[in-house]
Design a protein around this ligand. Structure first.
Ligand SMILES: [Ca+2]
Ligand SMILES: [Ca+2]
Length: 265
């Protein structure tokens, strides 16, 4: 076979084969069997609890119908919209806890500061630029006139419309949105021959150009973080960059033949 044909076949092969962590599972089938009580999206199944509990109790005792369950992290606008339309709107309840919490980084933090998805606490990533607060929220009740956050309301409930309210983590009681993740993920090819720009907001400190033994390790590392939605591999150096942004656009990339990116859909 001529060398250039071999090269062409290799290129085609690398473009069309997703990185699969393990074989498919029954999560999507289980999710579909629950009808309007569940919604499958982005290789997660979202369900609703019915008992009103504190956030802490929800986090400790709810969302245990299957493995890989926890209070949901709706880490992008598209996920919030889809879960609202396809799950929340069909429920008779009105407010649910999600795993979005305030972890104050200083004594002078404001009410809008330092909100994180719980798998990213103590890091600078995982903040949700897509969080839409209800009018006057977050208000950190009971209010103080200095405008600072006084560590009162550090958990969040979401309404059917997708807007959010800060509320107490132990003293207020609501059901929760659960998220069950596939034990196996398929990361689909997103961009071949392009590198994520160093200025992209998808990048976070400490998760860039990590040396790995195989490209599959990059997918395994990304799966560790619920807020990691994609990863980029340098095929020459075998390094891995995790990407904490779902809606990567052309503006996030620049041409570079050494790189390819895989995303979770
Ligand atoms: Ca607060
Ligand atoms: Ca509030």
């Amino acid at each position: 076979m001529a060398a250039h044909i071999k090269t062409l076949l290799l290129v085609l092969f690398s473009i069309t084969v997703p990185i699969r962590i393990t074989s498919a599972t029954a999560l999507s089938t289980w999710c579909a069997s629950k009808g309007t009580q569940a919604w499958y999206l982005g290789q997660s199944c979202y369900t609703l609890t019915t008992d009103a509990k504190s956030y802490v109790d929800n986090a400790n005792t709810a969302c245990t119908e299957r493995v890989n369950g926890g209070v949901a992290m709706l880490s992008t606008t598209d996920i919030i919209k889809s879960v609202c339309t396809n799950l929340l709107s069909k429920s008779s309840n009105t407010l649910w806890f999600i795993a979005f919490v305030q972890i104050l980084q200083s004594d002078h933090a404001g009410k809008n500061d330092d909100w994180f998805w719980v798998d990213s606490k103590n890091n600078t990533y995982g903040r949700c630029p897509d969080a839409t607060w209800a009018s006057g929220e977050p208000d950190d009740q009971p209010p103080k006139v200095d405008g600072l956050d006084h560590n009162y309301e550090n958990c969040v409930v979401i309404e059917k419309t997708g807007i959010m309210r800060d509320t107490g983590c132990t003293g207020s009681f609501f059901p929760a949105i659960c998220q069950y993740r596939e034990p196996s993920f398929d990361y689909q090819t997103k961009n071949i021959g392009y590198k994520v720009k160093s200025t992209s907001t998808a990048l976070i400190s400490g998760k860039v150009e990590i040396s790995v033994e195989t490209t599959e390790w990059c997918a395994i590392m990304c799966k560790t973080y619920i807020t990691c939605r994609a990863f980029s591999i340098n095929k020459s150096l075998i390094t891995c960059t995790l990407l904490f942004k779902y809606d990567l656009s052309e503006a996030d990339f620049e041409p570079n033949p050494d790189y390819e990116t895989y995303g979770l859909y």
